[in-house]
Design a protein around this ligand. Structure first.
Ligand SMILES: [Ca+2]
Ligand SMILES: [Ca+2]
Ligand SMILES: [Ca+2]
Length: 208
């Protein structure tokens, strides 16, 4: 029994080096003490992952990997979607939620759009979704994602915002009506409003 325990203990001692070594194929960067590798996304992310702290050293010279962006002090990489998200300060220097910086910042073009306040970026698919997922239907602090303005910015519809048209639904073949008809208090196709009355939806109009 004693021998088994000794053997068992021995295995436990050997375990870390054996398994970190196995991980090396899928990791990008070795920690300084060469005991393990970590993903490049964890380099200079502001949290220590290497036991020797080497993943958070020399960060000024580190170039963030795709999908991540430097904080203003150049010392930390955060997810691009965390920049100017209006919900949480991710940079240790607070620069990701700095109002002036966020006004100049361009949201990730494929996925996010600016709220009407010009400061915050919100997921484009949550504009005009009128559905509460999690805590709220509003992703913009100014609630503009559910306003007429926000709804006119939803992409993937055939109604042209530039031409002053508003989509009655999120379908590709949505009926288009003039933006002025939205929340004007009138319903009915005869008056060129949405067939289903979507342009007078109470929650949306209240947020205008
Ligand atoms: Ca790290
Ligand atoms: Ca943030
Ligand atoms: Ca929303």
């Amino acid at each position: 029994m004693k021998r088994w325990i000794a053997l068992h203990t021995g295995l436990l001692i050997l375990l870390p080096s054996c398994c970190w070594a196995l991980e090396t194929k899928k990791c990008s960067v070795k920690c300084e003490n060469a005991t393990r590798c970590i993903s490049a996304r964890r380099i200079c992310d502001g949290r220590q992952h290497c036991s020797d702290g080497s993943d958070e050293k020399d960060c000024l010279a580190w170039t963030c990997v795709d999908g991540m962006i430097k904080c203003l002090d150049g010392l930390q990489c955060i997810r691009t979607t965390a920049m100017c998200d209006g919900f949480r300060t991710d940079c240790a220097d607070g620069s990701d939620e700095d109002e002036h910086g966020c006004r100049l910042y361009q949201c990730p073009a494929q996925t996010h759009s600016k709220c009407n306040n010009g400061v915050q970026c919100a997921p484009r698919q949550r504009f005009c979704d009128k559905r509460a997922r999690g805590s709220s239907q509003y992703q913009c602090a100014d609630r503009s994602d559910e306003s007429v303005w926000g709804c006119s910015r939803v992409v993937g519809k055939n109604c042209s915002v530039e031409e002053g048209l508003w989509p009655c639904s999120d379908k590709e073949d949505a009926q288009c009506i003039a933006v002025e008809k939205v929340c004007d208090g009138h319903v009915g196709l005869r008056l060129n409003n949405c067939e289903g009355g979507e342009d007078e939806e109470k929650n949306m109009c209240r947020g205008v």
